[in-house]
Every structure is written in structure tokens, then in C-alpha cells.
Design a protein around this ligand. Sequence first.
Ligand SMILES: C[S@@+](CC[C@H](N)C(=O)[O-])C[C@H]1O[C@@H](n2cnc3c(N)ncnc32)[C@H](O)[C@@H]1O
Length: 538
Amino acid sequence: MQSMNGSSMYALRDVPGKGKGLVAIENIPKGTRILSEQPVITTPERQQDDEWLKRHISQQVDSLSEHQRQSFFSLYNLYPYQNVAEQSLGIIRTNGLPIEANGIEGGVFLDACRINHDCDNNAQKHWNQSIKRHTVHALRDIPKGEEITIYYLRLDSNRAIRQKKLQDKFGFLCSCRLCSLPTQQSQENDKRLERIAQLDDLIGRDGMQLNFWLRTLRYVDERVRLYNEQGPGNSGLPRAYLDAAQIAIANGDLARGRIFAERAVEGWRTACGSDSKEVIEHRSIAQDPAKLHLYGLSMKWKTSEEEVPQGLDPNDFDDWLWKREKPKKVEQLGQLTDLRNREIFPSFAALPNSNKVDLDFYEKVDDTYQPLRLWCFLGEIVDSITLHHLELTLTDIDDKKIPLHFNTDGRGRELAPAQIQKGHTVAVLHAQRRVFMYGDPGIGLGDPQMLKIFPVSLKKLLELNDQVQKFSTKVDGIRTCHGCSKKAASLNRCGKCLLFWYCDSGCQRTGWSERGHKANCKLLRDPGLRGLFFLKWD
Ligand SMILES: C[S@@+](CC[C@H](N)C(=O)[O-])C[C@H]1O[C@@H](n2cnc3c(N)ncnc32)[C@H](O)[C@@H]1O
């Protein structure tokens, strides 16, 4: 069957379990405008009573052509009716799509309203105010024969919420790929969505606060990665790239700002078309990022538009783009620290008390007290709970249980759920002992930058420390081979972690497979953990 607007890209077909739907009758490449349509009936923004609405709709129905009227009355209707006015109202309630124009809330479109829902939709619906039409674009390549689907709901939510809303509002149980995932995969998908929502919140809150640019960029980076894990062409991506562009440009970084803005515009071009408000409004930022009103709030990351590294592979390019930290070479890290040194790594009982200034830890500079030296609290996570904020229960180096309260802006939501695992070890720089109004004394964390979490128990961390102490340090010009324990002045070091030394490749193999270096080497390459061993808290 031919579509209402004569397009040959799709046809109205019966779709098992869904009534009718639109199906691609040719391969539709990503970014193609599948349809562009004017409403045949519109509903006003201001809520009116049903009788008024019925009259308003009847007048519009009366002025339709015969062909349009037939198509309108053949649209799906979820609601029972006793007369034509009620039937029209039911059709509008079942099919209405939002229209963001002055005074108008929604409308019925004879083709677009035939498109069924999928939580992993392959097409994007959009009201294009510049051309006053509803458009649908392919978010990915849609092969001939595949059904064209859109997302009916406003927000991405977990499976249970999506299914309830679709059932309540549209009267069907969604059985799309995402809703049919096995329990474990579905939970992973839900967790991802939950984290995306948390990140949205954190980005919104930290957004343009001057001191937290890098942290906010990290949140946006994580959000983009999660969107990409969800599948190609997520409709949230352009907004995320625009956030990243604004952060970069606000810090004077025109090179990154332009690339992020280009990615945002590209995403909107795919989903909404070149004539959409989103593309028109934002392409000038991609063309001339310095024109953004936020440009140069700080010039801390200053670059010119040309300072884009050339010849990098895509992963390295993305590391540059998102300002991701790279592991530092051991030589740059300086002096090794011993994690068993209680002056630097005190137990909870030995931490300074937040109620009074401890001159072992602080010195007076001008009129304030500043940390006199570095100290860091280590504790292993044994429990976690989130009520008003995240509270971790930790056991310290003396096996004492203490609470760590997240008094940060995000109340603990800065952390990814995967980090908050029993058996992981937490390091808090410049921790203080605090008495709380409720519960046991513990540590209050105000700045999330003062915290690191490592995927290893405290016991294992200390054992690793002992090995590092034994096999990395030079005593009187002599080192110990980690493979055979022979002491020698000239050994070769592990080229990966640069911390362990060996007589030859045979000893290196022994160290790697029989003495645990395979797992430890990986841990020791983590920049955060290296920072702990060398007390460089970037
Ligand atoms: C706007 S209409 C879509 C076109 C409709 N299928 C038809 O036959 O005209 C919305 C209705 O389509 C059906 N529908 C849409 N998506 C569906 C899905 N994924 N599974 C089952 N039914 C669906 C539901 O009955 C819903 O109320």
C-alpha cells in the first residue's frame, strides 16, 4: 500500500501483535528524512473541558477532505465511544503527537501516527518548528522490510517503569528487544539508564560551576560512553556533546569545543534534519566556537581551533578529546611511599580531629590552617547504604569499623555503582575524624576529588605494597629479582608497570605466571593506584 503522502520509502502494513505499522520498503540510510507531515487536526495547549474539545475537533474533522476523513477514522482508537464526537476524541487521545508551537499542544498526523513504539527505536520523531511539520528520521540504517519505530515516552526509564507507562497510556505490553532481555542483561540495561539519569542530574547541578569543569566533563564523558553502550544513535547524544562543547569553550579550549559542537550538530542533523531549530541554532558554535557567550570564562585549557592532534587512532583521539588521564611513567612519579607508614597512612584513631586544630597535621598560613603534609586514610568497604546520602562502612588498618558519609554535592552519586563494592579499598586524602549528630564518629567527605577507590581489598593492597617495597627499591645500589629473588646491580625492569625487576625473560615469566605479577601489573598500571604509591594526588 502507498503511504498517505505518496512516499515510496515505507508502506502501511499489518504488524503481528501491534495492529498496523509502517514498514520500510527500501533500505533507508541513517539520517534520511523518512517523512515530513503537517497535522490534520490540532489540539490547544490550554486544557479545555471535553465538550469544548469535542466541538473544536468536530469543526476540524468537518473541514477534512473525504480521503483525509476516511484515513482519520481508520486510525487506531483505544477508547470506547457512542457517537462521532467521542470517536474523534478517542482517536486524538490514542494518536496525538506533541507540537511545540504557540498555543498548540498536539496534533494528529495521518502517516506519523501509524508508527509503533519500540524502546530501542530506529527512528526519531520531531516537531520541526522552522517548517511547521512533524518529521521522522532514521537513527540508523533501516533495512528494507524492517518496521519503522519511534519512542513514545518522554524519558528513558527502566523496564518496569517503561512497561507500566506504555500499558497505562497506550494499552500494550511492550515486547521489544530491550523489554525481552534476560533478567541479568535487563538489570544491566536498567542500571545504565539509572546512571545516565544520575549523571544528568550531576551535570545539571555542577554544570557551569567554575571550579568543577573537569569533573563535569568526566560526567559527560561517562554519559556518552553509556549512551554508546546502549546502542547506536541514542537521541540523548547531541545534548551531551553540546554540554561538552560548552565546558570546553568556557575554558578557552576552542579545538575541543569545535569538535564537540560538530558532533552535537551531526547528531541533531541525523535525528531532526538540517532545517531543524537545533541544527540552525548550534551550527554557528561549530563554525566559530569563540562566539559562544561562555567563551573564555576561564582560559585554563586554552587552545586555538587548529590545535587538534593529527594521526591518532580513534581511541587515543577520544582520550585527548575528553582530557582523559593517561598512566604516568614511573620516573615522573618521584619517591615511592610505604603504605604501612602510619604517619602517612594513619588509622582512624590517629586522624586529626575536625573539632580542633592538630598542629601535627596543620600549619597556619596567613589566617587559615592548611595541611602541613600529606596523609591519607585507607579503609576497606564492608557495607554501603543510601538514604539521604551514601554512607559506606569501612574497616581501617586496625580493623576498626567506621562510617564514611558523603556530604558532597552529589551525595555519593558521583560514584559509579561498580565502584561501591564490598572488598574495594577507599583512600581519603586529608581525612579528619568527625563526630556526627547521629551514629558513630567517622569521616565526612565534602570534596569527591579527595577520594579514590581501588578494586582490591586492603589486605591485598598492603601485600602488593610489601612486594613493591621489596622488589622496586634499590638498597646500596642492589635490587632483588622478582622471579628468582637473586640480588644484583643490573636487572631488567618490567616494561609495563616499570616497578618490578628481573634477571632475564625466564625470571620475568616466573614472576608473571607463578608469582602473581600478571594481576598486580594490571593494578599497578592504574594511574589512581600509582598515585597512591607515589603520593601524587592528581
Ligand atoms: C499511534 S498508534 C500506532 C499505530 C497503530 N498500531 C495502528 O494500528 O494504527 C498506537 C497504538 O499502537 C499499538 N502499538 C504501538 N506500539 C506497539 C508495540 N510496540 N507493541 C504493541 N502494540 C503497539 C498500541 O495499541 C497503541 O495504542
